[in-house]
Design a protein around this ligand. Structure first.
Ligand code: SAM
Length: 170
């Protein structure tokens, strides 16, 4: 199981980007996102997406991040521009174990770096938790996220012009 932990979420400042972190997590093969701050609006948005577009993605907000990290029975990856190279680290991760991927918002406290099994960078330039997570999940799943079936009420079919949408409600 692939789980994401979004830390430092500030409702007023980060609502769009944290929503995007959750949407990327869902689309790129993760099973669940934990968010440290209670945010009912994001829960509603993500559950509504799952309701329409399918999948079993779960969301829980207002979690105790220290408890989750301390009790995690599996591997913990922290994505940070200060981390070790993706190419070097990715093959060291045991994919049989449950994975917790931590992404930050504001400054990430030092104990997160200590508690993670792997601090991994997606290049060493500052960019975005959304981009970092997308690239990490693509590599971790070897691109298999693209084949994942969501079986939603709405299914979008790839096409080169216009929009092809199957709506199973109708
Ligand atoms: N200034 C904060 C700090 O020093 O910890 C980080 C802010 S950054 C906008 C938010 C998050 O994006 C980071 O916590 C990290 O998870 C992710 N991120 C940004 N650039 C990254 C990179 N080059 N590699 C991996 N993760 C990155």
């Amino acid at each position: 199981m692939i789980n994401i932990l979004r830390i430092g979420h500030r409702i007023s400042r980060d609502k769009r980007i944290t929503t995007h972190v959750a949407l990327v997590a869902r689309a790129f093969g993760a099973d669940k996102i934990f968010i440290d701050t209670v945010d009912k609006k994001i829960e509603e948005t993500i559950r509504s997406t799952c309701d329409r577009f399918g999948g079993n993605f779960a969301i829980e907000t207002g979690v105790d991040k220290k408890k989750i990290i301390k009790n995690w029975d599996g591997t913990i990856v922290h994505l940070t521009m200060y981390g070790d190279e993706l190419e070097k680290s990715i093959n060291k991760i045991d994919k049989k174990k449950d994975l917790l991927v931590i992404v930050g918002a504001e400054k990430v406290p030092p104990h997160i770096y200590e508690m993670a099994d792997f601090n991994i960078s997606i290049g060493n330039q500052p960019h975005s938790e959304v981009a970092a997570l997308a690239i990490f999940l693509d590599r971790y799943t070897d691109g298999k996220w693209q084949k994942k079936k969501f079986n939603g009420k709405i299914e979008i079919l790839p096409c080169d012009k216009g929009k092809k949408v199957i709506s199973k409600d109708k």
